[in-house]
Design a protein around this ligand. Sequence first.
Ligand SMILES: [Zn+2]
Length: 142
Amino acid sequence: MEVIDNQPWNRGPLDPSPIDREYFEAAAQGRLIIQKCADCGNTQFPPKALCVSCGQVPDWIEASGKGKIYTFTVVRRHGVEPFSSLAPFVLAMIDIPEGARFMGNITCRDPETTQVGQNVEAYALRIDETMALPLWRSTQST
Ligand SMILES: [Zn+2]
């Protein structure tokens, strides 16, 4: 996945848990990772200490970065920064071929063009030297 380095991070400091930090650090290296359980095969997002299906410690696998919008909403007003400045923005549930369903932002110039079933791809916005935030965009846009 592409990592965008030339946009200043203006969404405030991020202090993730150790498990979430692995996800953000992989993103800074251009890898979208999700958890997969070696015992039961469950894939899950967001990352958790244990498999939500069977309670074992899950492994990390790299996802392709491709996805399809399952459903979405356009957030037009938000009471908390940095989200109030970002509104309107698209919050979507995204199905990926590896099996997990992501909750994430679709970034686009016009939220009204977003559609259920639309193909999207992950990219990452650099936070600092070690972390980046995965976001999603339409595969048709540049
Ligand atoms: Zn499991």
